[in-house]
Design a protein around this ligand. Structure first.
Ligand code: FAD
Ligand code: MG
Length: 314
């Protein structure tokens, strides 16, 4: 990237998130195509409206299988597999709990413990029955709900990157609100400072042709009686995941991997997460802890510059 190159930025609000596209030439029609593609995928995958392919599966819970399009089926298949990994805190059948807590939405509330217990019984990913021939998904218990919130943006970011490549774009950045994907070199991506000014950064991540996904507990949360409740739920307890981490950032080739591993590693905590990452040479991570430590995996695929002196590298 040449410093004299001009960057053209285009923005939209989709999936309840600010979306940003950066290009190196002024191309309104390409930007409109990108936003149109995101909207199309949102329409298939959303659970925040009464109708989508995923909602048609949810509406038929306990009743009958629903055939869906190939991308939706494949994404559900991957989400199911990750949910069933031993000890996984990723659970795409978390929907009934997400809907009950409403974290990040109007009417957020701390549900009674007894209700959470009852809803946990509806979050068994084994009860999602897939049929490859029919490309159908059946939620075997009434009241079950799929929620792809922890994986769909990653998938969509990969689709956009492929689309831009097909359009011969060699230098671009798409930010879907926490999921950043880059084409070309020389990109600097800010790592936000938790619970601070919206523009404050802990540091800057430099990458080329990589996805950078961050999952944190400081973007979507509410406070009640002095306690903070954030949106990544622990499928073992029904409450927000509670450990020493503030955020997990994953640097990888594919944003789908990034989205999956942010949630998965978040659930493992620092020591478990680092041990797990040691077996995944193609996945790199930046962990930020409540004790204001920044922990970096081997930096083969990125470099990191610490900017905030309240935080220190471990
Ligand atoms: P991640 O950490 O990647 O995932 C957290 C999200 O995954 C939670 O918000 C929840 O939905 C789900 N989740 C919680 N716990 C778990 C768990 N243990 N395992 C698996 N999943 C879990 N937001 C709006 O405000 N309005 C909208 O209309 C809206 N529409 C959307 C449509 C689509 C297609 C998508 C993908 C997202 C939409 N969102 C919307 C945002 C959505 O509600 C989530 O906040 C967002 O996907 C979280 O992404 P993240 O990367 O910040 O979090
Ligand atoms: Mg995720």
């Amino acid at each position: 990237m040449q410093t004299e190159d001009r960057i053209y930025a285009y923005s939209a609000v989709l999936m309840g998130s600010p979306i940003l596209l950066k290009l190196f030439s002024d191309n309104q029609s390409l930007a409109a195509q990108v936003f149109g593609l995101i909207k199309q995928l949102e329409d298939l995958l959303t659970v925040n409206r009464p109708h989508s392919e995923v909602m048609s599966i949810n509406h038929a819970a306990g009743s009958h299988p629903v055939s869906v399009s190939e991308p939706v089926f494949n994404l559900i298949k991957r989400a199911r597999a990750v949910s069933l990994l031993p000890g996984s805190c990723f659970n795409f059948t978390i929907g009934p709990l997400v809907k009950r807590w409403k974290i990040g939405f109007h009417g957020d509330t701390v549900p009674p413990a007894s209700e959470l217990q009852a809803l946990l019984a509806l979050t068994d990913a084994h009860q999602v029955i897939l049929n490859e021939q029919e490309r159908s998904v059946w939620l075997a218990m009434a009241g079950m709900e799929i929620d792809l919130g922890a994986i769909a943006k990653g998938y969509i970011a990969d689709v956009i990157k492929n689309f831009l490549q097909q359009q011969q774009v060699t230098q671009a950045l798409i930010n879907l609100g926490g999921n950043v994907h880059t084409l070309g070199s020389g990109w600097s991506i800010g790592l936000k400072k938790p619970f601070s000014d919206p523009d404050a950064l802990i540091g800057v991540i430099e990458v080329a042709n990589k996805s950078v996904v961050t999952s944190g507990i400081y973007e979507r949360y509410f406070e009640r009686e002095g306690r903070r409740y954030h949106h990544i739920l622990d499928p073992r307890t029904g409450y927000p995941l509670d450990n020493e981490l503030l955020s997990v950032t994953i640097i990888s080739d594919d944003s789908l991997d990034g989205d999956i591993y942010t949630t998965l590693i978040y659930g493992m905590g620092v020591e478990g997460g680092l041990a797990y990452l040691a077996g995944l040479p193609h996945i790199e991570a930046i962990l930020v802890t409540q004790a204001k430590e920044v922990i970096l995996s081997s930096q083969r695929q990125f470099s990191f510059r610490l900017l905030d002196d309240e935080y220190h590298l471990r």
